[in-house]
Design a protein. Structure first.
Length: 132
């Protein structure tokens, strides 16, 4: 049952003060560095940090290996492009030389045909002048 007594102001203030002190005492507990639970938590946090650092180191190593592989592939691609360019230049030079030979041969043929026509005209003219 309830008590019908109404606490006065001093009683209420003292009860509130005691409640505040109890709450403050609960948060002001000594840390207990020797407490097994605290030691276990600290060890667990240290293990997590060490695992995180190890994973970061592994990621960095993989990233560096990937960059090296990309650089190696870029060098190979550059060499292949240079080789292809060299082959294309050689082929273009060879085709230009062949084209020049074909043009020279064509000009020689045209000149020979022209010379034949000229000789035929001269012979016909000579034949007409002589009259036989």
């Amino acid at each position: 049952m309830r008590s019908h007594s109404v606490p006065n102001l001093e009683d209420r203030l003292s009860q509130a003060s005691e409640a505040k002190k109890a709450m403050l005492a609960r948060f002001k507990k000594p840390l207990g560095l020797d407490d097994p639970a605290t030691i276990a938590k600290r060890l667990q946090r240290e293990a997590i940090v060490a695992a995180r650092d190890q994973r970061a180191a592994e990621r960095e190593l993989k990233r560096q290996q990937h960059e090296q592989e990309l650089a190696r592939q870029a060098v190979i691609a550059a060499q292949a492009a240079a080789e292809a360019q060299r082959v294309a230049a050689e082929q273009a030079t060879r085709e230009a030389a062949e084209q020049a030979e074909r043009e020279a041969a064509l000009k020689d043929e045209q000149k020979a045909a022209r010379d034949v026509r000229y000789a035929a005209r001269k012979a016909a003219k000579k034949h007409r002048r002589r009259g036989y």
